[in-house]
Design a protein around this ligand. Structure first.
Ligand code: ATP
Length: 448
């Protein structure tokens, strides 16, 4: 793990290469592309959806399924508007905005170093900025047939809102006692002034959030615990330690209710940027929702008979930013011994969109190869490809991060063995068909 002060020499792919690979191979591309796209919105194609689902499954597995002190929910995107008044979003969830009078572009006042020269001014390349004003990032919509103010609702700006409003119901239904957590993965929407850097800053994105409820006296302990767990998660899915670091927020960056916050940052091709925030939110959330809803959200400590409002340690990570980080982390343009280059995504098998490709050496032996693919498909996402020369087929799989290629050749017909080629080392082994599934499972579970 890099320290905050360190500059980093980890190899990095250019954004142009990454964006082009993503579009060409169907990971991620502009939404409504045939109409020229829509700024800040992205679609995940066949490989992208698998990659993102694998990441979400892995997060859910680690955060919810394998623990008995965390419950999962899937709440509505639109909540009662009072939810967002209580949380402070309606009043305060805003970025500072300036307009350029010359080129008419809008910028975040706190990111003007990224504005670049003004394309419209004569005799100067400097923008002609207006005064800074506050711009609320909540996306609004209307519900029902009436057009009056009472029908205004908001698309959630983060997924945790409903975790707080559902707190009592989930606790009662699951019979959990403090400390315990509630987790959710889902869409969030922000009317970002300047969506940029591909999916990094978009207007619609997905978050995976955990709100861990504990006694105020124990927040420090749980903060350390969850920070360690989250860093372990990044290691587990193959992040290069040199491209990850933890940045602590200074006191003037913290909202008034937040006692401590750290960002997990990744070294993107455009610099160190946040992928996750871990926050000590104190008792702010349940106190606010108690007050605004009139429902008491405090709990009783059975041992001491003390009533208290639980405090919250939050871990909040963007799935889209993490997918982008995974792709940048995995990408390599490798020069081979014969001087040729190959593009390879060294994705961890847990997140790789396709786990195995089955390739018959010739179309003449397609039937047994198809049978192998059908067998393996019962367990994994398998790609079957019989066209083109075998080297080119391997390269196409390397480029999308498929850990294993299984080749069925003419010898296979008599010796009941296949060649298993591994993506990273390109090593090939002959494996008996009868043990193929066990062999692949072992390698996948070991992380190749
Ligand atoms: P930033 O400062 O980059 O705008 P933030 O501090 O507002 O992010 P949080 O509100 O803490 O972000 O949200 C938690 C996570 O949700 C972020 O770490 C990020 O991964 C993700 N996220 C937030 N905004 C966006 C966005 N516009 N596009 C994609 N992901 C986002």
């Amino acid at each position: 793990m890099s320290s905050e002060a360190e500059t980093n020499s980890a190899p990095t792919v250019s954004m142009e290469e990454l964006v082009s690979l993503c579009a060409r191979r169907g990971f991620i591309f502009q939404s409504s592309e045939i109409y020229g796209g829509i700024n800040g919105f992205w679609d995940y194609g066949p490989l992208g959806v698998e990659l993102k689902n694998n990441l979400k499954d892995f997060w859910w597995q680690r955060t919810v399924r394998e623990r008995d002190d965390v419950e999962g929910i899937d709440s509505a995107i639109i909540a009662h508007p009072r939810t967002w008044e209580a949380s402070g979003h309606v009043e305060h969830f805003a970025d500072p905005l300036v307009d350029c009078r010359a080129c008419k572009k809008r910028f975040r006042a706190d990111q003007l170093d990224e504005a670049g020269p003004c394309p419209a001014r004569k005799g100067s390349s400097e923008h002609d900025f207006t005064e800074t004003r506050s711009f609320n990032l909540m996306l609004r919509t209307r519900i029902g047939a009436s057009e009056d103010a009472a029908s205004t609702a908001y698309l959630r700006a983060e997924t945790c809102g409903s975790i707080f409003t559902d707190f009592k119901r989930v606790r009662d239904a699951s019979r959990q006692k403090i400390p315990f957590g509630i987790a959710q993965i889902g869409k969030a929407f922000r009317n970002e002034i300047n969506p940029r850097n591909f999916t990094f800053r978009s207007r619609e994105f997905e978050q995976a959030e955990l709100e861990f409820f504990c006694h105020s006296d124990e927040t420090e302990k749980w903060f350390e615990y969850w920070l360690e767990r989250r860093l372990r998660f990044y290691r587990e899915i193959g992040f290069d330690e040199r491209r990850l670091r933890v940045r602590s927020h200074s006191a003037d960056e913290l909202p008034h209710y937040c006692k401590r916050a750290v960002d997990v940052e990744f070294l993107f091709p455009f610099g160190w940027k946040e992928i996750e925030g871990i926050h000590d939110r104190g008792t702010y959330d349940l106190t606010q929702h108690s007050e605004f809803s009139g429902k008491d959200l405090s709990v009783m400590d059975e041992a001491t008979k003390e009533r208290f409002v639980p405090a919250v340690v939050e871990t909040s990570v963007g799935m889209d930013r993490t997918v982008l980080a995974l792709l940048a982390n995995a990408h390599e343009e490798e020069t081979l011994e014969d001087g040729e280059t190959r593009t390879v995504l060294h994705l961890h098998p847990a997140v790789a969109p396709i786990k195995v490709a089955v390739l018959p050496l010739s179309k003449k032996i397609r039937e047994p190869a198809r049978k192998i693919a059908a067998e393996l498909r019962r367990r994994w996402n398998v790609f079957y490809d019989e066209s083109g020369n075998i080297g080119r087929r391997y390269r196409r799989q390397d480029e999308i991060g498929t850990p294993f290629c299984v080749t069925y050749d003419f010898d296979s017909e008599t010796d009941d063995q296949v060649t298993v080629r591994e993506r990273d080392t390109m090593e090939q082994e002959r494996i008996a068909l009868a043990g193929l599934e066990v062999h692949i499972r072992g390698r996948l579970e070991a992380g190749i």
